[in-house]
Design a protein. Structure first.
Length: 70
């Protein structure tokens, strides 16, 4: 459903979130945070497009299922 690059980016954000939530008192790497912010801004429109494609795919599956039940 998601492209490999979008999946990798989301996985990177997930790993950062995990570190942030569980590393109480740890210093964050400013460059790392800056890079993630830049990547997030760059990937925003790509992710929006991919989520719209996913939504259309799921809607088509639901419609097909409803037609089979009718």
């Amino acid at each position: 459903m998601l492209t490999a690059s979008a999946f990798a980016w989301l996985d990177e954000l997930r790993r950062f979130r995990h570190l942030f939530r569980h590393a109480y008192g740890a210093e964050l790497d400013r460059e790392r945070v800056k890079d993630l912010v830049i990547q997030t801004l760059e990937m925003r429109s790509t992710l929006d497009e991919e989520l719209h494609r996913l939504e259309a795919f799921v809607e088509a599956l639901v419609k097909r299922h409803e037609q089979q039940d009718a």
